[in-house]
Design a protein around this ligand. Structure first.
Ligand code: ATP
Ligand code: BTN
Length: 252
């Protein structure tokens, strides 16, 4: 329902029954977009996560939403963007009365031990020039048993979290609003205004974790994030910082 989603927004909303991936749609149409424009689909035939992993995207079960943003400062300004989006999704859910959701560095939302949502930020741009950001959010709303059976890990959805049906139009509207407002702040002030909110929702803060670096791993205690959004780990050799491109975080 385009009107319901777009009420109070001044951006274009591209709404599809099915696309390969809402991120791909925006990436293929960068020339036509303004900051805040978004794409939603009822289903994705090739929804994806980080490093080519699959995002299970059945019909009418979830929110598949991508939003375009142009960063004048270029790719150098994008550090920590997926963390900011995580915080903004938590805010959007809280605005609908859904609390207790936590963030997992660098791009996931959890409820308890189960994955509720994932974020995929993809960017295009030459160093030193304004850059195009495509921010993809997959939030499980009502997955259904068939789709759920395909997911190879603990998962949850908003219907299970709240115990009642969740209106996807209201959810989409809240997510788009929070992203537009939050990204305006991020563009002006960077990650700083979001660090404390990240800490408040960080599911691993102070907990023992391991960091997977390809074949090797580093053990330590998660110590939050630095000013660039790198993960901080207290190890036997002192504090170490890890950037998101290279590593995965796991509980011990
Ligand atoms: P990392 O910590 O390295 O980011 P990750 O295991 O969370 O790793 P992602 O690429 O962030 O990996 O997420 C993709 C993974 O999410 C898939 O491999 C699958 O296990 C899981 N997944 C796929 N679809 C869904 C879904 N609809 N809901 C919950 N989890 C899903
Ligand atoms: C992850 O956990 O790795 C990120 C998953 C991101 C999924 C969303 S759904 C909307 C957008 N389109 C995609 O193909 N991926 C993102």
């Amino acid at each position: 329902n385009r009107e319901a989603i777009a009420s109070g927004l001044s951006s274009s909303v591209y709404l599809f029954d099915e696309v390969e991936s809402t991120n791909s749609f925006l990436l293929q149409n960068l020339g036509q977009l303004a900051s805040g424009d978004c794409c939603l689909a009822e289903r994705q035939s090739q929804g994806r996560g980080r490093r080519g992993r699959q995002w299970i995207s059945p019909y009418a079960g979830s929110l598949y939403l991508s939003l375009y943003w142009r960063l004048p400062g270029g790719v150098a300004q994008a550090g920590g963007l997926s963390l900011v989006v995580g915080v903004l999704l938590v805010d959007a859910l809280e605005s609908l009365g859904i609390t207790g959701v936590s963030v997992k560095w660098p791009n996931d939302l959890y409820y308890g031990e189960a994955k509720l949502a994932g974020i995929l930020v993809e960017m295009r741009g030459q160093y030193g020039e304004p850059a195009d950001m495509v921010i993809g959010c997959g939030i499980n709303v009502n997955l259904g048993v068939d789709a759920a059976a395909e997911i190879d890990r603990a998962w949850t959805d908003l219907r299970l979290v709240t115990g009642e049906p969740v209106d996807r139009n209201r959810l989409a509207n809240a997510v788009i609003r929070h992203l537009q407002q939050g990204l305006t702040l991020f563009e002006a002030q960077g990650l700083a205004p979001f660090i404390e909110r990240w800490r408040r929702h960080d599911r691993y803060l102070g907990k023992p974790v391991r960091i997977l670096l390809g074949e090797s791993e580093v053990l330590g205690v998660a110590a939050g994030i630095d000013a660039n959004g790198a993960l901080l780990l207290e190890t036997e050799d002192g504090i170490r910082a890890f950037n998101s491109g290279e590593v995965s975080l796991r509980p011990l």
